[in-house]
Design a protein around this ligand. Structure first.
Ligand SMILES: Nc1ncnc2c1ncn2[C@@H]1O[C@H](COP(=O)(O)OP(=O)(O)O)[C@@H](O)[C@H]1O
Ligand SMILES: O=C(O)C1=C[C@@H](OP(=O)(O)O)[C@@H](O)[C@H](O)C1
Ligand SMILES: [Mg+2]
Length: 184
């Protein structure tokens, strides 16, 4: 194989990287919808939060409380890089992954979908779910602040935005597939 062949662009039908990458705030449904969408498309599912927990050997709240948020963000940055390079199926990121500038650059041009949600639904959903250390105290206020800071970043990296308020996870998965024309 010549050097030129080794670096040739992927051929027709050959795909590199995830088929979908879901971003958005906590409670948008990235983990739930990502798994459903992978099933619907007959592909594999990966979530960077699960990758981080496996690598660290600790649940996310323990990583935050024992080692601090900067350490979690470093693990997250590495987890996103590895998953984007290796994973061909559906990938969900943690809500804060887009705060990293290099991660935003990495996502440029990839099939990223921003799952949007309003405060009321998000707080209701996360209140019923696994603990999120950033929302442990004053969840409504914290969520609003997070979203204010991050909305421009989700919008910047996304190829499409799908609203999840008053929609079932199944409906949202269908909208994501439609937005990226994955079921042509
Ligand atoms: N469209 C939806 N409607 C109602 N509940 C939802 C919806 N999407 C997710 N949920 C619920 O909200 C909680 C948080 O969802 P999750 O997928 O973990 O969100 P994220 O990964 O974006 O933080 C879960 O309990 C999940 O079952
Ligand atoms: O928004 C954030 O900074 C976080 C979101 C969480 O993931 P989800 O967005 O899947 O809840 C998880 O990565 C961690 O608790 C931090
Ligand atoms: Mg999640």
């Amino acid at each position: 194989m010549t050097g030129a062949e080794q670096h040739a662009a992927p051929g027709a039908g050959e795909r590199r990287g995830p088929v979908v990458i879901l971003v958005g705030p906590p409670g948008a449904g990235k983990t739930t919808v990502g798994a459903l969408l992978a099933e619907r498309l007959g592909t594999t599912y990966r979530d960077t939060d699960a990758d981080i927990e496996r690598t660290a050997g600790q649940p996310i709240p323990e990583i935050f409380f024992e080692h601090g948020e900067p350490h979690f963000r470093a693990l997250e940055r590495a987890a996103v890089r590895a998953a984007v390079a290796e994973h061909p199926g559906v990938l969900s990121l943690g809500g804060g992954a887009v705060m990293d500038e290099d991660t935003r650059a990495l996502l440029t041009g990839l099939p990223v979908v921003f799952l949007d949600v309003q405060l009321a639904a998000a707080v209701r959903r996360v209140g019923l779910d696994a603990p999120r250390p950033l929302l442990a105290v004053n969840p409504r206020q914290r969520w609003r602040e997070l979203m204010e800071a991050r909305r421009p970043l989700y919008t910047q990296v996304a190829r499409a935005v799908v609203s999840t308020d008053d929609r079932t996870p199944e409906d949202v998965a269908g909208e994501v597939a439609g937005a990226l024309e994955l079921e042509k």
